[in-house]
Design a protein around this ligand. Structure first.
Ligand code: KDO
Length: 333
């Protein structure tokens, strides 16, 4: 496992950021640039624009950049740390590039559902994680956003490849995002993971340069992956999340009232996004079936035990603070 950025490098980056103005002034308001690989119609984008933006409008202009048009996927935290961005929707896998212990939140079959994610995020067990990110990266994690249950979505028809256990994914060239934690998860599923940016997936599926990708159903539909794939195997291998990440330098320049407003706006937007995403997950199986895809459950026990076994004794598991996995599990059902 390689960690792309050392803590020392990040501290140097943060020091550089302190010397640079971090806010853009526009008619007395601060500008909050938010960059994400997600589209404008993704539920998280919709909630931030519809709930977060108006809540902070008294003192800030929310400026979203979709489809990774401002900052490349997985580089957003670095951009916030260096003062080139104010906000992002960050993954635990991206955070694990800096702080390997975050891989615990990116591990297959750890989070059970959306409510479990919220309970974990709000529990005291998260405090040291949040503090490390704040102190060493200059980024505040304000809220947890539900991305959804990730499933395996393939080009091959079910007649050509029926996936029952991880062994059936042997040799399947599965696109996963390009960080170590993601690639590890792909291998843990039994597949042959290929790193690739989110914005390149559609074409890669269309041309056959990958056999499949993994994402929650709302993403499969929003990004139109259903047009270029034939099946979804409901592995639920990761109940995935993103954090609303906010520049600490910008935060420190806000008044206490403004800070409270930003904090509440992030929590409210996350709640709206969660409700939207859960509703879509419910309704999209039939949508995908109508589009001609096979949508089916594999042997979930086989997937769960195979994935969990891969983490035991891994470098990732070695970075998890003692007792945290047990505390996470205790917050579930
Ligand atoms: C993806 O690249 O597959 C992923 O789902 C990873 C997430 O962490 C997140 O970055 C997401 O893409 C984007 O927000 C697009 O939905």
């Amino acid at each position: 496992m390689t960690t792309r950025f050392t803590r020392r490098a990040m501290i140097a980056l943060c020091a550089a950021a302190l010397a640079t103005p971090t806010m853009t002034l526009a008619q007395d308001k601060i500008t909050l640039r938010m960059s994400t690989p997600a589209s404008e119609t993704d539920q998280r984008s919709v909630a931030l624009a519809g709930v977060f933006a108006p809540a902070v409008a008294g003192f800030a202009t929310y400026q979203p950049h979709y489809n990774a048009s401002l900052i490349a996927q997985n580089s957003e935290l670095e951009a916030i740390a260096s003062g080139d961005l104010e906000m992002s929707i960050a993954s635990a896998q991206e955070l694990a590039q800096f702080f390997p212990e975050f891989s615990i939140f990116a591990t297959g079959y750890v989070h059970q559902d959306a409510a479990h994610q919220v309970a974990v995020f709000n529990d005291a067990l998260m405090d040291p994680f949040k503090k490390t990110v704040e102190d060493e990266l200059g980024v505040k994690l304000l809220a947890v956003m539900y991305l959804g249950r990730r499933h395996v979505n393939l080009r091959q028809s079910k007649d050509d490849l029926t996936v029952t256990t991880p062994a059936d994914l042997a040799g399947v060239n599965l696109r996963m995002p390009g960080t170590d934690a993601w690639q590890f998860l792909g291998r843990a599923l039994g597949a042959n993971p290929t790193p690739m940016a989110f914005t390149e997936i559609y074409t890669a599926l269309q041309t056959g340069s990958v056999d499949g990708q993994d994402n929650p159903l709302p993403t499969v539909v929003d990004a139109k992956f259903f047009e270029v794939t034939k099946q979804v195997v409901l592995t639920s291998h990761l109940v995935d999340l993103n954090y609303v990440a906010f520049s600490k330098a910008v935060w420190d320049d806000l008044t206490p009232d403004q800070q409270a407003t930003v904090q509440q706006a992030a929590v409210d937007a996350a709640e709206t996004a969660r409700i939207g995403q859960l509703a879509k997950e419910e309704e999209l199986v039939s949508f995908l079936e109508e589009k001609g895809l096979d949508v089916y459950e594999p042997d979930l026990a086989a997937f769960r035990s195979h994935v969990q076994q891969q983490y035991v004794g891994s470098e990732f598991a070695a970075s998890w603070p003692e007792g945290v996995l047990e505390r996470i599990n205790a917050l579930g059902n």
